[in-house]
Design a protein around this ligand. Structure first.
Ligand SMILES: C[S@@+](CC[C@H](N)C(=O)[O-])C[C@H]1O[C@@H](n2cnc3c(N)ncnc32)[C@H](O)[C@@H]1O
Length: 242
């Protein structure tokens, strides 16, 4: 019996099935592929760069559960400002908590990343629950979402400047590349104060404490896998659940 030939994937998009195909720099991530996407073998698409920033499924799922439970009922719209290959967006959609989900990924330089996210959401059966926006989050959020204001929660997992963030015992969020904590906070707080930032586990908590909302406590949660912290989430405004 012959199997139908697989259609070639779009340029710069891969579904690596054997270590011999994988560029050396990302082999470490590829070995964790089933932790990253439990449905990897169902045909998950990735760009080579997307491996570095993707949120592994158990972490993304836990964040989605936590946010679903913590956010007040009046919050019905979720915006994933940096959707990447869909790690977080898919889990937000699977949670069933949000009446609308917007996923933003810059399209101009890397259109293939959004293609991966859409395709991966199809693999998980949730692509139709998500509004996909190809563009710059700093332009698209204020432009499209200002009117949604009060009902919106923004989740942002920005780039951390590459794997070098692990070199620091305490990570200085004021020099995070390409967007500092101040830049992220100032930009997105024009849309809503209710935001969640996904940041390096070693982030300088003293810098975060400066953003406490008029004396309210900020909630910071470590998300762990295999007994080690992968990252933190900082819950601003009403997203921390009070
Ligand atoms: C750390 S990754 C996000 C990973 C995502 N949470 C996941 O699990 O797949 C950051 C993403 O932000 C995108 N990005 C960077 N600057 C952006 C901008 N100004 N607007 C929209 N997307 C941007 C990058 O292309 C990258 O895909």
């Amino acid at each position: 019996m012959t199997t139908p030939e697989q259609a070639p994937l779009p340029d710069n998009i891969h579904h690596y099935t054997s270590i011999s195909e994988v560029p050396y720099e990302i082999s470490k991530y590829w070995h964790q592929r089933h932790d990253i996407f439990s449905k990897y073998d169902d045909g998950i698409w990735m760009t080579d760069a997307a491996w570095y920033g993707i949120t592994p499924e158990p972490v993304a799922s836990r964040i989605a559960t936590d946010l679903a439970g913590q956010a007040p009922a009046s919050k019905t719209v979720l915006v994933d400002a940096f959707a990447g290959a869909g790690g977080n967006t898919i889990q937000f959609a699977l949670s069933g908590r949000w009446s609308q989900i917007f996923a933003v990924e810059r399209g101009k330089w890397h259109p293939e990343v959004l293609k991966c996210a859409k395709h991966n959401a199809e693999v998980y059966g949730v692509a139709k629950k998500i509004f996909w926006i190809s563009g710059d989050a700093f332009v698209e959020l204020p432009r499209r979402l200002k009117k949604l204001g009060k009902s919106t929660v923004v989740f942002a997992s920005p780039p951390w400047g590459g794997p070098a963030y692990t070199d620091y015992e305490v990570f200085d969020l004021s020099v995070m590349e390409p967007y500092s904590l101040l830049h992220l906070y100032r930009s997105f707080s024009t849309v809503t104060k209710d935001m969640v930032l996904y940041l390096p586990r070693t982030s300088d908590l003293r810098q975060l404490a400066m953003y406490d909302d008029e004396g309210e406590k900020l909630k910071v949660v470590h998300y762990c896998m295999h007994g080690a912290s992968k990252a933190i989430c900082v819950y601003f405004g009403a997203t921390g659940g009070g």
